[in-house]
Design a binder for this molecule. Structure first.
Ligand code: FO1
Length: 316
């Protein structure tokens, strides 16, 4: 079995590659829920949905989130009320875009959770509805919310990411609820018993960070460090998507494969880096990690599959 620590787009593409390389029912994805939010009273789990829609070949390929061939009638209709909203009200906000078909997922998830289902149970139902053989699970059933401090004020992750287009400087990050949240037992089991654990090329601070913040996760990974392999989300000093490079710099880390190695070296034995970073391989090895160099930019399904095979072979 292969266990994968996953955030959003990069992880979803990596999981698609791993699916081409191994039997899909041997894949367990442990997905970040720190980005989760409540919008219009609906429980949104962006990373779980990005992974699900990508593996179901239903993701919008340009945006990397939401469904392909989406329509936006509900959002458009909401805009009618905006000018009439009283001062101080946030009702009917349209800054976070929920497509008409995507809304069905949030309605179903929220309805089931109101009936008492756990996020793990609903995720299993949603992934079954999309016909996925992989075991996709949230990192925890308990709420953990990533918040960032901007200009001295703590704001929700989606307010930073979508509301501010992640273009404001981050002063600090916290994962509220992480200290008391329980990692999913199935996740801990997969992390302990998988043949290989892959840390997907996701933002190390806000996508992988919340998973690592859960009690027991770092301990189980460090015990089996030699069979844990990460793929760097930083290529030639930049993130392929999202604010990981700026965030690393802003929070005093190095936005390079060396910086990624420093963050992961205690829990992970091997770092896979892109050919563009070949000259930095020694600095990764100096952090005590094996370093594998290959094409990590998953611009096609074939490259993703090849990256997956190289990653899995790296510590077998
Ligand atoms: N990202 C955006 O940049 N703008 C949006 O309006 C937006 C809406 C959205 C709705 C549902 C969903 O599952 C994801 C959505 N995302 C949107 C993506 C999301 O904010 C990010 O992918 C992650 O949280 C970062 O990994």
């Amino acid at each position: 079995m292969i266990a994968v620590l996953a955030g959003g787009v990069g992880a979803a593409r990596m999981l698609r590659g791993i699916t081409a390389a191994v039997n899909p029912n041997q894949i367990a994805a442990i997905v970040n829920t720190g980005d989760d939010s409540v919008m219009h009273g609906l429980h949104i789990s962006p990373d779980l949905d990005t992974v699900t829609y990508t593996l179901a070949a239903a993701i919008d390929p340009q945006r990397g989130w939401g469904l392909v061939d989406e329509s936006w009638a509900a959002m458009g209709a909401l805009a009618r009320y905006t000018p009439h909203r009283p001062e101080g009200s946030t009702a009917g906000g349209t800054w976070f875009n929920l497509g008409d078909k995507d809304l069905a997922t949030h309605l179903y998830r929220t309805g089931r959770m109101r009936e008492g289902a756990t996020l793990e149970q609903v995720t299993a139902e949603i992934t079954a509805a999309w016909g996925l053989p992989q075991h996709i699970m949230p990192m925890s059933n308990d709420p953990v919310r990533t918040r960032v401090r901007v200009d001295g004020s703590w704001i929700e992750f989606q307010e930073y990411f979508v509301g501010h287009h992640h273009s404001v400087s981050v002063e600090a990050i916290e994962f509220t609820g992480a200290e008391s949240a329980h990692v999913l037992p199935a996740a801990l089991d997969a992390l302990a018993n998988a043949d290989v654990v892959v840390i997907a090329p996701s933002n190390p601070l806000v996508s992988i960070g919340p998973i690592l913040a859960l009690d027991g996760v770092r301990a189980v990974l460090s015990r089996r460090r030699e069979t844990v392999v990460a793929v760097s989300p930083i290529v030639a000093g930049a993130a392929l998507k999202g604010p990981a490079d700026r965030m690393l710099n802003e929070l005093g880390h190095e936005a390079s494969v060396t910086g990624v190695a420093r963050l992961y070296s205690s829990i992970c034995g091997t770092l896979v880096i892109d050919t563009q970073d070949e000259a930095r391989a020694k600095s990764v090895r100096d952090e005590g990690m094996n370093c594998v160099i290959t094409n990590t930019v998953m611009s096609t399904a074939e490259i993703a599959a090849s990256l997956a095979r190289t990653t899995l072979e790296a510590c077998r």
